[in-house]
Design a protein around this ligand. Structure first.
Ligand SMILES: [Zn+2]
Length: 252
């Protein structure tokens, strides 16, 4: 792996990552969970970061994009340096809808990548792209969140079927949607419990998945609501234990 060098028996490496979560450890330390560019999901100890004099404690907060130096520990790696690349938190924590959307993104990133130290570059790029877009405030926060969730699922191999029947593969825009079947389904395959979203809702999901922002921005509120509900149900179905913070996302 690039960036690793041996320093008297201690492996040092550099990487950059987004802080997903922090947990207290002992009196002054924190366990910091990050999604990194090269190493994937990393859980590392930030020593002394809860002390006010800590050199980099404030940089290791959720939503921060940081450049790091770490060494490989026996159980957890240890962070020895942290420099801020971009503090997305500044533009996110002051706005409730951005904050709840970003919180759901961080939780999803951790649960969708799952395995530690398994490179997940596309998930990392999706996450920093979504946090940047959210911070800019150029699109509705819920649309940014739903676009992120759909694309993150797609990268993980769980893209919902939207242009074909999830069961038989018949092409076309089918009007029924079944979370447990994998997306839209034709009238022949439609299982018990399938819903019947508006055609515009499925088109919105396609626009978000494909990054068609002009189409997504032009969508109506009721279709956004229906889309958010379907995306949330679909995500919860695919991820073990679900995403708790999705409950906080405002659904007007
Ligand atoms: Zn079918």
């Amino acid at each position: 792996m690039s960036g690793i060098r041996d320093n008297g028996g201690v492996s040092l490496y550099r990487d950059e990552g987004v802080v997903l979560r922090t947990q207290k450890l002992g009196e002054a330390d924190r366990i910091v969970t990050l999604l990194t560019r090269r190493t994937g999901l990393v859980r590392a100890v930030g020593k002394g970061v809860r002390r006010t004099k800590s050199r980099f404690g404030a940089r290791l907060e959720p939503f921060s994009h940081v450049d790091l130096q770490l060494y490989t520990g026996r159980t957890l790696d240890v962070i020895t340096q942290a420099e801020t690349v971009r503090a997305y938190g500044e533009s996110i924590v002051g706005d409730y809808s951005r904050y709840t959307a970003a919180t759901a993104m961080l939780e999803t990133a951790e649960k969708i990548v799952v395995v530690e130290k398994d490179p997940a570059l596309r998930q990392f790029l999706l996450l920093i792209g979504a946090l940047r877009t959210l911070g800019e405030g150029s699109h509705d926060s819920r649309l940014v969140l739903d676009a992120y969730l759909l694309r993150s699922l797609a990268v993980a191999g769980y893209a919902p079927a939207l242009n074909e029947c999830a069961k038989c593969g018949t092409r076309g825009e089918h009007r029924s949607f079944a979370v447990h079947a994998g997306g839209s389904v034709c009238t022949v395959c439609r299982p018990h419990g399938a819903t019947h979203p508006a055609a515009q809702t499925l088109q919105l999901m396609l626009a978000l998945l494909g990054g068609d922002w002009p189409a997504a921005d032009a969508s109506e509120e009721r279709h956004r609501n229906e889309c958010s509900g379907l995306v949330a149900a679909y995500l919860q179905w695919h991820l073990e234990n679900g995403i708790r913070s999705l409950r906080l996302v405002e659904r007007s």
